[in-house]
Design a protein around this ligand. Structure first.
Ligand SMILES: NC(=O)c1ccc[n+]([C@@H]2O[C@H](COP(=O)([O-])OP(=O)(O)OC[C@H]3O[C@@H](n4cnc5c(N)ncnc54)[C@H](O)[C@@H]3O)[C@@H](O)[C@H]2O)c1
Length: 428
């Protein structure tokens, strides 16, 4: 039944996908431990229809199985056709979870997959980039009105949900999972930092020491990429539109410049702005001979590949995941993974340990939507849940923390007591 309802590439790939999911499970102690228990013990997810529309690889698949094990009716699609792993999709279907996704699907086919998920009438969505939510809002108002809640993975998606809210078009509660400390502080910064560099180096078979690397955008993602690049010997120049963040980049020891100055002479350009056309047609003449362009932001158009194609006499995939655009018939520019998120489309995505945190946030966000009786609008992820996740992660590493003692805190009472007893304080 599940197989007939699903659209996947090849069911015979399932054994490979099962192994990948099991690898993720074994290295996800928080999601497989206290979060799984929290979801299961009150039975609140039983029979709830939950759509998971996140990059479809092993860690996402493990999240889907945890929700299904808690009794939810889970349906899955990929949030970007270039990041879907067909073997993982096959494994989920083998486990009885409906999936609509194939790697490298056309934009039209991907949209059809999202419509199929929408038509299943999900009550809750675990979304990435709000890709499913905005499509249901735009194309299926009747289904949109029935949505009970959304938990959103990314910076871009939270911005989209807040935009809907400001237009009075968000009639259900949404959890800004991205804004949880246990998500963006680790996933956006360390996870994307490590995996973006890993993907660029393995796709190109290049090394970093001495290379000039322009990092466009110095938010959580840009910071991580810049710091990992620096650690591996690259020479970073940051481009930022926000002066405070630009100053932070300078204080972190990176060069800072405007776009034209930064890309002039850069050997690698990495975009992390969350917007569109950070590398646009204006920049093509300044891009260096044989420069490598890679994107880590949510949108495939952060590098304007259509503009590059317009200026190119030839576009050829010269290595897997490396496309050469021959600008004006003479100057090669290399784009990784078609401009999709390079760390996921061209690599293995975030380290498992990082996604254990991110997906624990998402799973608890979904549980909160089901149980919390929340008002419509975008909600912060509660800080006590962040602390529980962090505590469980530390415990999985055998680390326990001291509790603060009362006599260690500097309160007004302690000041007044010190003065009345004549005891000396040493305020700085
Ligand atoms: N690749 C991944 O696995 C991954 C993981 C997490 C987040 N993301 C995505 O990465 C993107 C960035 O996320 P973030 O958390 O760092 O966001 P953020 O909002 O913290 O940072 C983005 C930064 O880019 C700057 N910026 C915007 N447009 C610019 C431009 N044209 N030139 C220079 N700077 C510009 C902004 O001022 C901001 O400081 C988002 O799309 C997010 O969804 C990707």
């Amino acid at each position: 039944m599940t197989f007939e309802r699903s659209r996947i590439a090849d069911p015979s790939l399932a054994p490979e996908g099962q192994q990948a999911i099991e690898w993720a499970r074994q290295r996800s102690p928080v999601l497989d431990g206290f979060v799984r228990r929290r979801l299961t013990e009150d039975g609140s997810l039983r029979g709830r229809r939950v759509a998971v529309v996140v990059h479809l690889e092993a860690k996402t698949a493990f999240l889907a199985t945890v929700l299904a094990d808690a009794g939810a009716e889970v349906i899955v699609a990929g949030s970007n056709p270039w990041t879907t792993r067909d073997e993982v999709a096959a494994a989920l279907v083998e486990r009885g979870i409906e999936v609509h996704s194939t790697r490298g699907a056309t934009q039209e086919m991907w949209e059809v997959d999202l419509v199929a998920v929408a038509e299943s009438g999900p009550e809750y969505i675990i979304d990435d980039g709000a890709e499913l939510t905005v499509r249901i809002a735009r194309d299926r108002p009747n289904l949109y009105a029935e949505l009970q809640g959304v938990s959103e993975e990314t910076t871009t998606g939270v911005a989209r949900l807040r935009a809907l809210e400001s237009r009075d078009e968000l009639p259900m509660p949404a959890i800004a999972a991205n804004d949880a400390a246990c998500k963006h502080m680790f996933d956006n910064r360390y996870g994307t930092g490590q995996s973006t560099l890993q993907a660029i180096l393995s796709l190109t078979n290049l090394r970093l020491p001495g290379k000039r690397v322009a990092v466009i955008g110095y938010g959580w993602v840009g910071r991580g990429i810049a710091n990992y690049t620096h650690a591996l010997g690259g020479r970073v120049v940051v481009v930022e539109t926000d002066p405070v963040r630009a100053l932070e980049a300078l204080s972190d020891g990176h060069d800072v410049a405007d776009m034209m100055t930064a890309i002039d002479g850069a050997e690698i350009v990495i975009t992390a702005t969350g917007g569109l056309r950070a590398v646009s047609d204006d920049h093509i003449d300044v891009l260096g001979d044989s420069v490598v362009l890679a994107n880590a932001g949510h949108h495939d158009l952060e590098i304007d590949t259509p503009a590059l194609a317009t200026r190119s006499s030839d576009v050829t995939e010269v290595r897997p995941g490396v496309s050469r655009y021959l600008i004006d018939g003479a100057r090669p520019v290399y784009v990784l993974s078609e401009g999709a998120l390079v760390n996921i489309a061209g690599g293995m995505g975030h380290p498992v340990e990082i996604m254990d945190l991110s997906f624990s946030v998402q799973a608890l966000g979904c549980h909160l939507l089901v149980t919390g009786d929340l008002d419509p609008g975008v909600h912060e992820f509660p800080s006590h849940l962040d602390r529980e996740i962090a505590t469980a992660k530390l415990a999985s590493r055998g680390i326990r923390l001291d509790l603060p003692r009362e006599d260690q805190s500097d309160t007004l009472t302690s000041i007044l007591e010190a003065e009345s007893t004549g005891r000396r304080r040493n305020d700085d």
